[in-house]
Design a protein. Structure first.
Length: 450
């Protein structure tokens, strides 16, 4: 009998999120001043959904000492370790001790508190209010549940039996019209519409749910609705959550200004270290670059000559006549801007060591080095069109940049060197499933199925 499948996407999602303090409100807005000039404020809705999907935050909570215990209790509730009342009570106790004014469920203000202060305490703007804490706890739990459901439902074995989903509205009198309109509709599970309208995690306080169904049931209900061409996030609240994007990498180029991308990248890097989590950033176009990844790339003959000289030196255990590193080129301005990287980002190839450069290639990728694949993979990854790109950040380690040419299977791994330089770790060609598996191991935060 086969082992029972278990899934850990929800737990992995909760564990891997960044803790992101912010002074932003939920949604930005604009207005015109007395002289007719347009003014605007920036809200959390200006941060790409792919980044928000991988972070724990709450609007206008910028203090780390507040956000960290808030996350700890929220995650415990999301994992089912404590109930809502226990989680809320624990947070209220902590927040009141820090100076927040809490409501306690009664209509009249308690002794010594003015009616104005009491009304303010009951609003969503007050972090210690019942309404605000319920919103935080339920929203994060719903998102974790959605990630877990998505992993389980999209398992190929499950998809083969139940390829459809029935959308169920909450049936509440307060249900939003667009949510109620989808009640009873049948969708294919791979319909992009669901990625931006996932039942239960579609918007704040969404109480919708879903049922899986087979082909026969779908036909009996009139068939599935025509699939949408893409996911569209259009909630007036600014809320956006895509359960499929929890582990696929954040599109930093969704932030309009390059300066802001760099600031965001610096902030993410700090949280990677403080939270001990991993983070992957990619361009928004499916991770593909619109132009070559590098400029000023040297010729294959120059690279081959350097590698040959270093190989002979390493094998003979003699010093090489050539320099121990060579300039390969530099990352293109487009790539640097899309990922928020600063500096000229020079790329070098070195004699290296056990985990990088020629020494690493000789030890772990000898066939690629001797068969001519190495120089070919470098050229295709740096100079080709439609190259995939992933920036990988891990605590206690240097940043990695993974470039892959999907058509040829060329894979190039770079490691940050110095303030803004990069050095080649390895380059080889792994087309098909082998290349996909290698790329996933290097650059994706995939949960496990056991």
């Amino acid at each position: 009998m086969d082992d029972l499948l278990t899934y850990d996407a929800a737990a992995t999602y909760l564990r891997n999120r960044l803790t992101m303090p912010t002074r932003m409100k939920s949604k930005g807005f604009s207005w015109r001043d007395e002289e007719g000039r347009e003014r605007f404020t920036t809200g959390l809705d200006s941060i790409p959904a792919g980044i928000r999907n991988q972070a724990f935050f709450s609007a206008r909570v910028a203090e780390e000492h507040i956000l960290s215990p808030l996350r700890e209790i929220s995650d415990s509730f999301s994992r089912g370790e404590i109930d809502l009342a226990t989680a809320r009570a624990g947070l209220k106790k902590f927040l009141v001790s820090d100076g927040y004014l809490s409501d306690d469920g009664i209509d009249e203000p308690p002794p010594g508190v003015s009616l104005k202060e009491w009304r303010e305490a009951r609003k969503l703007t007050n972090l210690a209010s019942t309404a605000r804490l319920n919103l935080i706890l339920r929203t994060n739990a719903a998102q974790a549940q959605a990630v877990g459901d998505y992993q389980q439902m999209m398992d190929p074995e499950i998809m083969a039996i139940f390829p459809y989903l029935i959308y169920r509205g909450s049936g509440l009198a307060t249900s939003r019209a667009d949510h109620a309109a989808d009640d009873g509709k049948v969708f294919r599970k791979d319909d992009p519409y669901l990625l931006s309208h996932w039942p239960g995690a579609r918007d704040f306080n969404c109480h919708c749910y879903h049922e899986e169904c087979d082909e026969e049931t779908a036909r009996a209900m009139g068939g599935a609705v025509p699939p949408s061409p893409k996911a569209v996030f259009d909630n007036p609240s600014g809320y956006a959550f895509d359960p499929s994007a929890a582990f696929t990498g954040a599109p930093l180029d969704g932030i309009p200004e390059v300066k802001s991308r760099r600031a965001m990248l610096d902030s993410i890097r700090r949280h990677v270290e403080s939270d001990k989590v991993e983070f992957v950033a990619r361009p928004s176009n499916g991770g593909l670059l619109p132009s070559p990844a590098a400029t000023g790339v040297i010729s294959r003959s120059e690279l081959d000559a350097f590698v040959a000289a270093q190989t002979e030196s390493i094998r003979s255990r003699q010093p090489a006549a050539a320099p121990d590193s060579i300039r390969i080129g530099e990352l293109s301005p487009d790539l640097r801007d899309m990922l928020g990287l600063s500096g000229t980002s020079e790329i070098r190839m070195a004699r290296g060591g056990r985990r990088r450069g020629v020494t690493h290639m000789l030890a772990d990728h000898l066939d690629a080095l001797e068969g001519g694949e190495f120089a070919e993979a470098v050229a295709e990854a740096l100079s080709g069109r439609g190259v995939g790109c992933s920036l990988v950040m891990k605590p206690g380690k240097r940043d990695f940049l993974l470039l892959e040419a999907p058509e040829t299977g060329a894979l190039l791994t770079l490691r940050r060197s110095g303030a803004d330089g990069w050095e080649i770790v390895s380059a080889h060609k792994l087309p098909g499933a082998n290349g996909e598996e290698y790329r996933r191991k290097q650059s994706e935060l995939r949960p496990k199925t056991r």
